[in-house]
Design a binder for this molecule. Structure first.
Ligand code: PLP
Length: 379
């Protein structure tokens, strides 16, 4: 009889993806759902023409570190925008989505039983990925300040993983927090894995510091990023990581054994239109961030707290005095009001009194209807 791994049986589906599958099914069945659960912003993307479909070479495998032209552009992007010098031939790997980049970085550093510190609210695949790599996630409740993380370190701790800006809170790590995390990594010989998938979603006047810039030799920092959010092309499955060659050499092998390379034709498109695309999305990103922060004031006006943050297109809204836990709350909201959000429990045990609300894929008036329904159910 078919037997599956006990570990995999114990790992749940990615809660946000699971919810969105449900929403896709409900929409396909003709239901109108106000969708505040999606992990992406929908941009108007008048994509410049590209004749790659008729370029035979682009239908094949390509370099498993990533197309050299794209690696060069990614290195230049980090170097010019975020003061992180990057060697495109040794320190970049292009991956099939940043999910894969994070997983492969973890796989490259963890031995069975090694621990990784995961501050809540975390991006919900981190603990599952750590466990799939036979490591042990050590969660830090959301009300613990960064400056207290040291007490979660043990002899088995190998890494700390953060997402900056944070999905779901929108928090941007301050310089002082990042400096402290680097000191911690240095002092305890840890790897700092920093997922910067939302790094363009920063409001004017707010400083976003790429953590890697504080460790230019990449002695203990892995930077992960993605085209999914900043370029609005999540379905293309292109992400990347930047790390010391000692690490990328290991990741390269995993990439070769697992997927060979990121989708060649789409990587080629990005290489050709890298700046054009960002020129198209950047104003829309700013519009989305401003909408996010406006919706934050609506919640406040309704007496609903959100975790502090100014970035991304997510709000992590408190359920206040509601007697429902986050799963019950999201379930009732969907059933009774046809509004989808993601239960906070997906982002950590300390987050079951929250829901994640995404403002990336709906119009402002539909979001307003959603927020009003959330308030009604909270009350
Ligand atoms: N990191 C964070 C913080 C995310 O929110 C997501 C997607 O939701 C990802 C990584 C994965 O993105 P992708 O695999 O599409 O690059």
């Amino acid at each position: 009889p078919l037997r599956t791994s006990l570990l995999m049986e114990d790992i749940g589906q990615a809660l946000s993806v699971q919810y969105n599958n449900l929403v896709y099914d409900m929409k396909a069945a003709g239901r109108d759902i106000i969708t505040l659960s999606l992990g992406e912003a929908f941009f108007d993307l008048p994509l410049p023409a590209f004749d790659g479909l008729t370029t035979p070479g682009l239908h094949h495998y390509s370099h498993s570190r990533g197309l050299p032209e794209l690696r060069r552009l990614l290195a230049k992007y980090y170097e010019t925008r975020f003061a992180l010098p990057v060697d495109p031939d040794a320190e970049v790997i292009v991956t099939a989505g940043s999910k894969a980049a994070i997983h492969m970085a973890l796989m490259a550093v963890l031995d069975p039983g090694d621990q990784v510190i995961v501050p809540e609210p975390y991006w919900l695949s981190y603990p599952a990925q750590i466990r799939m790599c036979r490591g042990e996630p050590v969660m830090v409740p959301h009300d613990v300040p960064v400056f207290d993380f040291e007490r979660f370190i043990t002899a088995r701790t190998r890494a700390v993983i953060i997402n900056n800006p944070n999905n779901p809170s929108g928090h941007i790590y301050t310089r002082a927090e990042l400096v402290y995390l680097h000191e911690l990594a240095d002092r305890h010989g840890l790897l700092l894995i920093v997922d910067e998938a939302y790094n363009e979603f920063v409001p004017p006047g707010t400083e976003f510091l790429a953590a890697g810039a504080l460790d230019p030799d990449k002695e203990h920092t892995v930077t992960v990023n993605s085209m999914s959010k900043n370029y609005g092309v999540s379905g293309w499955r292109i992400g990347y990581l930047i790390a010391n060659q000692r690490l990328t050499d290991q990741v390269l092998k995993i990439n070769q054994h697992l997927v060979t390379c990121a989708p060649t034709i789409l990587a080629a498109y990005l290489a050709e239109r890298f700046d054009d695309l960002l020129d198209i999305t950047r104003p829309q990103i700013q519009h989305t961030v401003q909408l996010r922060n406006r919706v934050g004031t609506w919640f406040t006006d309704h007496g609903i707290d959100t975790l502090p943050g100014t970035s991304t297109f997510y709000l992590f809204a408190s359920l206040g005095g509601s007697s429902l836990d986050s799963t019950e709350f999201a379930g009732r909201l969907l059933k009774e009001s046809a509004i989808s959000v993601v239960p906070g429990i997906g982002y950590g045990d300390s987050c079951d009194r929250y829901i994640r609300v995404s403002v990336g894929s709906e119009s402002e008036d539909r979001i307003a209807r959603g927020v009003a329904a959330i308030r009604d159910l909270v009350e």
